[in-house]
Design a protein around this ligand. Structure first.
Ligand SMILES: Cc1cc2nc3c(=O)[nH]c(=O)nc-3n(C[C@H](O)[C@H](O)[C@H](O)COP(=O)(O)OP(=O)(O)OC[C@H]3O[C@@H](n4cnc5c(N)ncnc54)[C@H](O)[C@@H]3O)c2cc1C
Length: 170
């Protein structure tokens, strides 16, 4: 892409969001919603300018921070360099998500989804880490550890290191 989100070598083909590969300071912009929602209005205005015969404005990404949900009522956020976390971060995460949702219809569907989710619980496809170890990696009482060569010998025991976390329906 060039700085107008135009596909290089094409006159009237543009791409934004996840299907766009745009370099800024030599680095590709990440495939994130934050990039996509800034590219959309920029390209929309540029298409109007193009139709009016006016010069287009190059796209410049404005980094505004990250929002990461880390569980029920918990999120880690860095809006404009600030640090917000816990339940406050979670509320901020939800508010930004909601406010960026286009059209009232989509917002209503989103609210309905959140409400249903809180009543029904997560779907079966969602893996949940309960934060507890099953003890597989804890030091066990018993004989001293064997040398590496001996420890690597085949064993009928299941490989304990494959059970590092307890996954289950949450
Ligand atoms: C699991 C997951 C978690 C993520 N978490 C984050 C996050 O925390 N923060 C963040 O910034 N980004 C996150 N992202 C990335 C973010 O979702 C994307 O960067 C963003 O949605 C890209 O927007 P887009 O408009 O380019 O594509 P999309 O949002 O994918 O929109 C493309 C739309 O086009 C539709 N479509 C596809 N083919 C056709 C067709 N042939 N005809 C008509 N319509 C079609 C699709 O149905 C879809 O609605 C996450 C992505 C995933 C998958």
């Amino acid at each position: 892409m060039d700085e107008y989100n135009r596909v290089v070598g094409q006159q009237n083909v543009y791409a934004i969001g996840d299907c766009a590969h745009l370099l800024e300071n030599g680095e590709p912009l990440a495939s994130t919603a934050q990039v996509a929602v800034q590219q959309g209005p920029n390209l929309g205005r540029n298409l109007v300018k193009q139709a009016l015969g006016e010069p287009m404005k190059p796209f410049k990404f404005q980094y505004r921070g990250d929002l990461v949900s880390v569980g029920a009522l918990d999120a880690v956020c860095s809006p404009y360099g600030w640090s917000v976390f816990g339940a406050t971060g979670w509320l901020l995460f939800k508010w930004v998500y909601f406010s960026k949702m286009p059209t009232m219809q989509n917002r209503f569907r989103l609210l309905s989804d959140w409400l249903l989710h809180s009543l029904q619980g997560p779907t079966v496809a969602r893996l949940h880490y309960n934060g507890q170890s099953d003890g597989a990696n804890e030091p066990q009482p018993g004989p001293a550890p064997q040398p590496v060569a001996a420890a690597a010998a085949p064993s009928a025991e299941p490989n304990a290191t494959d059970r590092q976390t307890s996954l289950g329906e949450g």
